[in-house]
Write a protein that binds this ligand. Structure first.
Ligand code: NAD
Ligand code: DAU
Length: 341
């Protein structure tokens, strides 16, 4: 298949591009703005693949989108492009609104008007999140659960999902949505819990746990989520939503203690710090609908976490430039302290 992968220079988008090139023999054109989270280093092992192209540009820019479509002649658009960090959405929501609302709109218009091989438009897959359902103390969200987002990140992701659904209902655009739970794995930017804790543990920095650390997340390895997205793209019914949750749930403090063990850091590095405003207590996602299409997660959290720690240990070339760049200033603003050099 020929794919336009928007946001494919990020953590999950580059994982998806790598798997589609290698496992499916797809042709992949990535359109990415290269924000702080988008990095050409994420293509290091497939940049020269003859099936791969990269176009730098923003999804909210119709000319950049047209250029990427011209370059890749896609049969489908898969949209990963997003601002993805909840803490940044609390501090500075602007880019979340423009990328999720305007950017998704520009892509949908392109998909609708450039019909490609379909009668109603190009096949379109929106990558979304369990955070659109809000927090759940007991039980598990299904695709029928009400949408109750709580942060500027999740509210704008919800808005994008609703716009995608309106293009299916109004124009017949063959669009699907795939909502994932918390991803972890190689190439994740170290503002997120797991890579932040691994790098701080390795470097002897404090491990900043928000509040009591008893918030629960439903962890999925990025290769499992990427394969779920591919599966929904190929087998999902237009207009439908599919949840893809990981096999294991864990409290943050348990995850951090396990990272301490795996890295050989000291328990005394753990520090409880001021909680995130509006912090969702628990996420939990039922994946019955996508499992019925033949997908199942392969990586248990205990194995995936150990492999992820090993990857960061062995790939300092990937993260050392991040820890010495813009990220240092971000870290000081967010945590009120400096990182070790
Ligand atoms: P990421 O922050 O690592 O990557 C986002 C990518 O989008 C970057 O390459 C960035 O440069 C690009 N981008 C941002 N704004 C853009 C714009 N306006 N135009 C073009 N490119 C732009 O994020 P990720 O963790 O890989 O998440 C990818 C998608 O998966 C997002 O839509 C996110 O909401 C969703 N998701 C993430 C998780 C998770 O745990 N990380 C879980 C479920 C769903
Ligand atoms: O659930 C899917 C979502 O998972 C995605 O849609 C988001 O893009 C992704 O960022 C992630 O959101 P979270 O807010 O759950 O992830 P984060 O890694 O920021 O935080 C995970 C948990 O760890 C959360 O309860 C907050 C806590 N935390 C996080 C950081 C960065 C800490 O205790 N300390 C920290 O320093």
């Amino acid at each position: 298949m020929r794919l336009l992968v928007c946001g494919g220079a990020g953590f999950i988008g580059s994982t998806f591009a790598r798997l589609r090139l290698r496992e499916q023999g797809d042709q992949v054109t990535v359109l990415d703005k290269l924000t702080y989270a988008g990095r050409e280093e994420n293509f290091h092992d497939f940049a020269e693949d003859p099936g791969f192209r990269f176009v730098r540009g923003a999804i909210e820019d119709p000319q950049a989108v047209a250029a990427a479509i011209e370059a890749g002649a896609p049969e489908a658009i898969v949209n990963f492009a997003a601002e993805t960090h909840v803490d940044r959405s609390i501090a500075e929501p602007d880019a979340f609104v423009s990328t999720h609302a305007l950017g998704t709109y520009v892509l949908l218009e392109a998909a609708r008007t450039l019909k490609g091989t379909g009668e109603h438009g190009l096949r379109y897959l929106q990558v979304s999140t369990d955070e659109v359902y809000g927090s759940i103390e007991v039980g598990t969200f299904t695709e029928e659960s009400p949408l109750r987002p709580s942060s500027p990140y999740s509210a704008t992701k919800t808005g994008a999902d609703l716009l995608v659904q309106s293009y299916f209902h109004t124009y017949g655009l063959p669009a699907v949505i795939c909502r994932g739970s918390n991803n972890y794995g190689p190439y994740q930017y170290p503002e997120k819990l797991i890579p932040l804790m691994i790098l701080n543990a390795l470097r002897g920095d404090p491990l900043p746990v928000y509040g009591d650390g008893m918030q629960v997340r439903n962890w999925i390895h990025s290769t499992d989520f990427a394969r779920a997205i591919g599966h929904v793209l190929e087998h999902g019914a237009p207009g439908e939503v599919y949840n893809a949750g990981g096999p294991d749930e864990e409290a943050n403090i348990t995850v951090v203690r396990r990272i301490v063990e795996l890295t050989g850091a000291a328990e005394s590095q753990i520090e409880h710090v001021t909680d995130r405003p509006g912090h969702d207590r628990r996420y939990s996602l039922s994946s019955e609908k996508v499992r019925a299409l033949g997908w199942a997660p392969q990586v248990r959290f205990s194995d995936g976490l150990a492999q992820t720690v090993a990857w960061y240990r062995e790939n300092g070339w990937w993260w050392e430039p991040i820890r010495s760049g813009e990220y240092r200033a971000y870290y000081e603003r967010q945590y009120g302290r400096s990182l070790q050099p």
